[in-house]
Design a protein around this ligand. Structure first.
Ligand SMILES: NC(=O)c1ccc[n+]([C@@H]2O[C@H](COP(=O)([O-])OP(=O)(O)OC[C@H]3O[C@@H](n4cnc5c(N)ncnc54)[C@H](OP(=O)(O)O)[C@@H]3O)[C@@H](O)[C@H]2O)c1
Length: 313
């Protein structure tokens, strides 16, 4: 079985890591993270800590997270909405890049499948049930991971819903759901993780917005409003905190389970567009790995990702 190879300090490309990455996301094995991006300061001890997490061996004192420096190959990364689509792909890609991922969503059976896949490929992952609309649920998700690992390096606020309809239809339950998941969910993630990141002196939020956070189209007014809000909140966190990195990722159509609920006529039209334009989830998960793996002083503020075919749409 392929094993994560962090023991070389990440300073030379590992054929095992290349293979692992390829197995996790189905991409070519020449697309592993470039080792120069990761300046490992404590590689061998970190590698042993990753092994300890996998096997359940108690951590030695100098393997404990609080004893380690913040810049390293293996980060503790939490991903919300990791049971399908972009979130599941992001968890796989980050694990393939050598990070420990903590997956959250409501469908725990789906989370378990993703975690099993990651572990079978030699990655390091765990999952917890999470409803992002509940501040208590989010705080439990984040604090449990923090207690277990001693730090939270990255929170990917990815969970989202998109039941579209024209405003005239007054589908107010759908409006509420989009506001609760897409906006309150992100705020809950920030409320749960920001104090912990501030206390440790570093952290990284990756908030998934949308190209519909840059433009409004008919039937998407409320969804767009939630994604404009995600971008505004993200900018606020970034401008208030010089020790916290904030990345907004704004995709256009991506293959996922997002097209459900809403007005059936509208959603059939949206599905037709997605059939023509949707990118694979790896287009987004690769971008997230890129943002996570930048050196600590580099803050990738926003990545907008479209199919080239969007130009003619
Ligand atoms: N696909 C696209 O074309 C596209 C384009 C731009 C932006 N986005 C954004 O990308 C993000 C991911 O969406 P996706 O396309 O990957 O769709 P998806 O496959 O439907 O995934 C959405 C995820 O959100 C989770 N979720 C929904 N409500 C939740 C809640 N209350 N608590 C916790 N998790 C919840 C779902 O998990 P459970 O149901 O198991 O809880 C699922 O894992 C969303 O923010 C979406 O707005 C997607």
């Amino acid at each position: 079985m392929a094993q994560l190879d962090l023991g070389s300090g990440g300073l030379t490309p590992s054929p095992h890591r290349v293979t692992l990455r390829a197995r996790l996301d189905g991409t070519r094995p020449d697309r592993a993270v470039h080792p120069d991006r990761n300046q490992v300061k404590d590689g061998p001890r970190r590698n042993e800590a990753v092994d300890a997490r996998r096997t359940g061996r108690p951590l030695e004192n100098d393997e404990k997270p609080e004893k380690r420096m913040t810049t390293s190959t293996s980060k503790i990364v939490l991903v919300t909405g990791a049971s399908s689509g972009i979130g599941a792909a992001t968890a796989r890609a980050l694990a393939g890049a050598g990070h420990h991922v903590v997956l959250g969503a409501r469908r725990v059976d789906r989370l378990a499948e993703v975690v099993d896949d990651i572990k079978a490929a030699g990655g390091s992952a765990e999952y917890s049930e999470l409803d992002v609309t509940s501040l208590d649920s989010m705080k439990t998700f984040v604090s449990t991971a923090h207690e277990r690992h001693g730090r939270i390096d990255v929170l990917v606020n990815n969970a989202g819903v998109m039941p579209l309809s024209p405003l005239i239809m007054e589908r107010t339950d759908d409006w509420d759901q989009m506001i609760d998941v897409n906006v309150r969910g992100v705020l809950h993630g920030i409320a749960a993780a920001l104090p912990l990141m501030k206390a440790q002196g570093s952290g990284h939020f990756i908030n998934i917005a949308s190209t519909l956070g840059h433009e409004v189209v008919p039937t998407a007014a409320v969804y767009s409003a939630t994604k404009y809000a995600v971008r505004a909140i993200s900018e606020g966190v970034r401008k208030e905190n010089s020790d916290i990195r904030v990345s907004i990722v704004s995709p256009s159509f991506v293959e996922s389970e997002l097209i459900q609920g809403g007005d059936p006529g509208t959603m059939a039209w949206v599905q037709g567009l997605a059939d023509k334009l949707a990118l694979p989830t790896t287009a987004v998960s690769d971008a997230i790995v890129y943002a996570v793996n930048q050196p600590d002083h580099v803050d990738v503020n926003e990545l907008v990702i479209r199919s080239v075919l969007d130009a003619a749409a």
